[in-house]
Write a protein that binds this ligand. Structure first.
Ligand SMILES: O=C(O)c1cccc(C(=O)CC[C@H]2O[C@@H](n3cnc4c(=O)[nH]cnc43)[C@H](O)[C@@H]2O)c1
Length: 210
């Protein structure tokens, strides 16, 4: 199994949580969907994997995700892939150029969610949005919620990792831990250390359940 993180601290947290389980390889794929897609595609071209997991920290949507909790994606959505129009955002699905949504391996996502909850870890399931730009205003957060009311979290890599996995015919999961709430930018309020600790704990459960 291949786990794709974006930066070193996420990689290190996942590796600590896996406790040396050799069934997993953990990659630093870079920040943003393009780097993540390229890194994942390169890894998948060199070796076959049974599952790809995008893992890292994320912003949580109020009412759907709590700080420090784990989000298991039930769908991966490229939320800024489309066109702005005078009538609002138009996704590539509506434009007729493909789809901004990629399905996860639903059975494995359910198994991981249930195992995390059984281990006492606060866990929610919902769509995880991929954006190239971190949301930093209440207006943008509200616009995203208006378009995708069940959105649980946003991050920057899931759709890139999932696109590469889909092209290689490999199932995908996205697992995130919440370091900040989506909304007005307040970097001082980000709880990265706590989110990385939650990522480590979630990775231990992953190794137990997969
Ligand atoms: O301080 C910033 O604004 C900032 C901009 C880009 C990247 C970061 C990171 O900390 C990189 C790690 C990783 O974090 C994910 N992440 C965490 N919270 C959010 C969010 O609210 N919206 C989108 N992405 C988020 C993302 O996947 C980065 O790769 C900090």
């Amino acid at each position: 199994m291949l786990i794709v993180t974006s930066v070193g601290p996420e990689h290190d947290a996942v590796v600590r949580g896996l406790n040396g389980d050799k069934r997993f390889e953990v990659l630093i794929g870079g920040v943003g969907p393009v780097s993540a897609a390229a890194s994942t595609a390169r890894a998948l071209a060199g070796k076959s994997y049974e599952l790809v997991i995008c893992a890292g920290i994320a912003g949580g949507f109020a009412g759907q995700a709590e700080m420090g909790s784990v989000i298991v994606a039930n769908e991966i959505i490229a939320a800024d892939l489309g066109a702005q129009t005078p009538d609002g955002f138009c996704s590539i699905d509506e434009l007729g150029f493909g789809s901004a949504r990629i399905a996860v391996d639903a059975a494995k996502a359910t198994r991981v969610t249930e195992a995390l909850r059984a281990a006492g870890v606060a866990t929610a399931s919902g769509p995880v949005l991929t954006l190239s730009t971190v949301t930093g205003t209440a207006e943008t957060a509200a616009e995203l919620v208006n378009r995708i009311p069940s959105a649980a979290a946003e991050a920057m890599e899931g759709f890139g990792v999932a696109t590469a996995a889909k092209a290689a015919g490999v199932p995908v999961l996205e697992i995130r831990t919440v370091s900040n709430m989506v909304g007005p930018r307040d970097r001082a309020a980000w709880r990265i250390k706590e989110a990385l600790e939650a990522l480590e704990a979630a990775s231990t459960v992953l190794a137990e359940v997969l």
